[in-house]
Design a protein around this ligand. Sequence first.
Ligand code: 13P
Ligand code: SF4
Length: 297
Amino acid sequence: MKEKIKDLLKEKNAILLAHNYEPPEIQDMADLCGDSLELSIRASRTDAAVIVFCGVHFMAETASILCPDKTVLLPRREAGCEMADMITAEALREKIDQLPPMPVVTYVNSPADVKALSTVCCTSANVVKVAQSLDADEMLMIPDRNLARYAASQTDKKIHLWDGYCPFHDRLTPQEVLAARKAHPEAVFMAHPECRPEILEMADIVTSTSGMIRHAAESTDEEFIVGTEVGILHPIGKANPGKRFYPASEKMLCPDMKRISLDDVVRSLEEMSGEVKVPETIRVPALAAVERMIAIV
Ligand code: 13P
Ligand code: SF4
């Protein structure tokens, strides 16, 4: 199967990008495995004709926004993001009409037509930098209320929230963190900014998925409790042999990140199926918001 995928990638002049939460066998086949920011930057810079995106729909859409001349394949088109589904362009338009004029900062975990109405995008890796870069004291940050509260806590900006959240990060409780700390008293607790504010207050480090992998590699600490989706245990363990990683909660599992199998990758490449293409009327304004973010990083 792996040989077949390698041959198909070569034949179709394709690269395979995988998110840090994807199943291990998918990550191990990828040209790049990373967080949302790294994957979009890599998509924007490739000269391959085809991008096979092993992640969720908004990630493939972002690649399509950045690379209109390339074919972007999402091997299982139904792989979505529950947070991205908590906002629509129509609902955002209503909210914008209710507020005084202010920038709209949009987490990449959002639909393309929502990005098209935005001033700038952000990811978990650069949210504070993006908020700080804006020449405005007030902004609307969508759709993740936890990420927005985190950005507000790290800046002196007034941030208006949208009531969206990731069900798998939002469910981590202080009791689970305390239990993990009790079981592993020497471990450093790293949390993703999609977790609730009370969890982020307990964390030693708050960062993106790749930020966690890098922090573990650079740190002299040996043990880490990981407060994000459990798929991260594969790349973080692989990049840090000899160190120990414990999930903050086994319940932090995103089913959409587990949809794509090696079979799906083969089928998608053979049939060139699962194409994600953002229409030009949405792509052009969405690109402005994504490019503004990439220029800030
Ligand atoms: P990262 O950008 O940190 O990889 O996070 C993406 C995501 O979907 C988190 O749930
Ligand atoms: Fe979306 Fe949460 Fe899954 Fe990330 S983990 S893709 S935010 S539902």
